[in-house]
Write a protein that binds this ligand. Sequence first.
Ligand code: FMN
Length: 213
Amino acid sequence: MSRFFLCFLSWIMVFALDAPPPCGDNPRLRQHSNTRGSHRDVSSMTQQTVQQPDSGEDFSRRFRNALGMFATGITVVTSRTPAGDPIGLTVNSFNSVSLDPPLIVWSLSNDLPSRPLFEGCEYYAINVLAEDQADLSQRFAGRMGEKFAGLEIDDGLGGVPLLKGCCARFVCRNTVRHAGGDHVLFVSEVVGFDRDERAPLLYFGGNYRRLAP
Ligand SMILES: Cc1cc2nc3c(=O)[nH]c(=O)nc-3n(C[C@H](O)[C@H](O)[C@H](O)COP(=O)(O)O)c2cc1C
């Protein structure tokens, strides 16, 4: 009897969450409707994560959209090939790990052609982009090619290319890497850095942003 009552109660709750609010064309009510919708998404994802492993395109899209709610800066990670050619890619998975010793982390997709080159290098640099450098983010998010054409660069330790006009630059020794699903995690020691009082370029919800004045 009590089991039947619980079933009935949960059916009522599901019905109540699924029912669209009668918001008509009133924009204030539409706003309310969106808020309810996103709450419902979170609760259903929690259930799916715990009870019904989800997969496929829809999961990837929703997972990426949720991750996109974490605002980040944008960096360009640069190094050189054994032949001395500069390489670089746009990365927003960068983060700090430890002050003592000074360690940072970022992740690199297994599928990228530059992966073996970064895995094999001794040093690389993290260039933190300033708010007027969205063009550099776009340039280094393209497929390998002449990414450095026409760019003025500084030389860092081990000859790593350092981009000009950045907020901060960290030269790292390529020490520890961990497999992380479809990415490889670089946990590296910072051996040199500089910074500039420029505002950073931000990334949120798949778009470039600036700090509010
Ligand atoms: C804002 C932004 C952030 C990115 N962050 C990463 C990242 O953290 N790791 C990664 O592997 N790729 C990331 N990418 C994708 C690479 O920049 C992109 O795949 C690039 O083409 C790789 O360069 P490659 O083809 O020369 O290897 C990001 C792209 C953008 C636009």
